[in-house]
Design a protein around this ligand. Structure first.
Ligand code: NAD
Length: 492
């Protein structure tokens, strides 16, 4: 661990595209700086690719799909996914350090959650594809239908900065398992672990052109991928406004499309909850990864009977999160992803004050010293006194800022919780099993947890409703999305 604290910067790779099995710069040689947000220091550069680089990657992916890769067996592809997982596991400390440097998240979080999840994504989809079943529909002895599942072709994968490799692997693993070839574009803000994944792909012998990585800006590389005629499907995770643009470009081309978008998730606490467990769970739901998880519960509704007591306990729990050096294993609260994002989050704290909010804790930058003096740090912030339908309480902030509101009845809680354009996730905290089930079912959310948060089973459908997205990924939902189902009807 001490090595990690001493920061072996050799671990930071030179950012390059990976196209047709070759590491290379952008065609025109332009680059983008990549920053460590905790130190406000440049780490390295990545290529600022353009449409011509996407053309090259799409051509490599198409040729690979039409070549021997298209004839690989399920067993061969599953073995390859396991080999990728094994290699990442061997290099887990370097992966976790890179993720922490690039994103500002605590090394301890990347080492215990992000990278282990990457490994399990590859292993899980290796197992899922080995064991997948397809349907048969007999017609009373006259005929039998059966379903074949075939790869789609070239898939474009576009991912955000908050869980960089975790979310990319969630797409890469099932897409490769089903036999597609890929053009991937990680966020230009956090591209480094994707870069290292390309090195792993190369090392374990993924055939040239099967996995291509193109770095660059969304409006240049991402847009060119979505518009490319040879890229037959797009899996996008990012903001709702970007998802809108992606859908507008892809829909007229009838591409397969999965959109995992923004959220503003409710946490509902009933007076009969297990008080101490709930305080800890609610704080974690609001502030894990500095509140930069799409599933974070940033609108906290607490039944009036326990409102004051809960608020006091929650502030105490939140204040245990102390911003510090993300690479120090003892740090439990890191930096935000960038200066630009910090400015956006702070603008919402200003808005909250204008809307009449009372800052219960945080609301300002911590005093940081030495190399961290200019880092993108913000104290975890809890705000009381706002209307549940105020802008602060309904717009996605995507940072360490949560609002807290009292409610009286379960019906009130559901109405307040649903009063947003988003519908990604939520959590309900109660010891009454009936209340738990009823409120969970009434929430307009793709995913609801009862008495827990972010407990993930990779088999379940993952995705949002309303403006939080279209489609579901996870388990068989991913295998279906990354393939074309074809029915064959045989007359007997
Ligand atoms: P973003 O929408 O700005 O960027 C996401 C990705 O899209 C990046 O790789 C970006 O370069 C690319 N992009 C930007 N413009 C594009 C365009 N015109 N065409 C194609 N690609 C384009 O999002 P972000 O700021 O990186 O991430 C934060 C957002 O992601 C939040 O809204 C968060 O809720 C959401 N998110 C959702 C989920 C989910 O599963 N629903 C998970 C994580 C993050």
């Amino acid at each position: 661990m001490n090595d990690v604290m001493n920061l072996d910067r050799d671990v930071v790779p030179e950012g390059r595209n990976y196209i047709g099995g070759v590491f290379q710069q952008a065609g025109d040689g332009e680059v983008i700086g990549v920053y460590d947000p905790a130190r406000d220091a440049e780490l390295t550069t990545i290529p600022r690719s353009k449409a011509a680089d996407v053309d090259q990657a799409a051509a490599a992916a198409k040729a690979a799909f039409e070549g021997p890769w298209g004839r690989t067996t399920v067993a061969e592809r599953a073995d390859l996914l396991d080999a990728i997982a094994d290699e990442i596991e061997r290099e887990i400390d370097d992966f976790a350090l890179l993720e922490s440097l690039d994103n500002g998240k605590p090394f301890s979080l990347a080492r215990s959650v992000d990278i282990p999840r990457v490994i399990s994504n590859f292993r899980f989809f290796a197992g899922a594809v080995r064991h997948q079943e397809t349907g048969a529909h007999p017609m009373d002895g006259d005929a039998i239908n059966y379903t074949l599942r075939r790869p789609v072709g070239v898939f474009g994968l576009i991912t955000p900065w908050n869980l960089p490799l975790y979310l990319l692997s969630w797409k890469v693993a099932p897409a490769l398992a089903m036999g597609n070839t890929l053009v991937a574009k990680p966020s230009e803000v956090t591209p480094l672990t994707a870069m290292k994944l390309a090195e792993v792909m190369h090392k374990v012998g993924v055939p040239a052109g099967v996995f291509n990585l193109v770095h660059g800006y969304g409006h240049e590389v991402g847009q060119a991928m979505v518009a490319h005629p040879d890229i037959k499907g797009i899996s996008f995770t990012g903001g709702t406004a970007t998802g809108h643009r992606v859908a507008a470009t892809a829909a007229p081309m009838f591409k397969k499309l999965s959109l995992e978008l923004g959220g503003k998730n409710p946490t509902i606490v009933f007076e009969d909850c297990d008080f101490d467990e709930t305080v800890k769970g609610v704080a974690r739901a609001a502030f894990a990864n500095q509140g930069q998880i799409c599933l974070c519960g940033s609108r906290i509704f607490v039944q009036r009977e326990i409102y004051e007591r809960f608020k006091t306990a929650l502030v105490e729990e939140v204040n245990k999160r102390v911003p510090g050096n993300p690479q120090d294993p003892a740090t439990n609260f890191g930096a935000l992803v960038s200066q630009a994002h910090l400015a956006k989050v702070e603008s919402y704290i200003d808005l909250a004050k204008k809307e009449g909010g009372v800052i219960l804790c945080g609301g300002e930058r911590p005093e940081m010293h030495g190399e961290f003096a200019k880092g993108a740090f913000l104290k975890p912030t809890l705000i009381d006194g706002l209307a549940y339908d105020s802008r602060t309480a309904t717009e996605e902030i995507f940072g360490p800022v949560a609002t807290i509101h009292p409610f009286d009845t379960p019906e009130d809680a559901v109405e307040m919780a649903n009063a947003v354009r988003y519908g990604l996730a939520g959590s309900v905290w109660t010891q009454d099993i009936k209340t738990g089930h009823r409120v969970a079912a009434a929430l307009e959310s793709g995913m609801v947890w009862v008495n827990t948060w972010l407990l993930r089973d990779l088999r379940v459908p993952f995705g949002g409703m309303k403006d939080s997205g279209v489609g579901r990924e996870g388990g068989r939902f991913s295998l279906e999305f990354y393939s074309e189902s074809r029915n064959v009807c045989v007359k007997l």
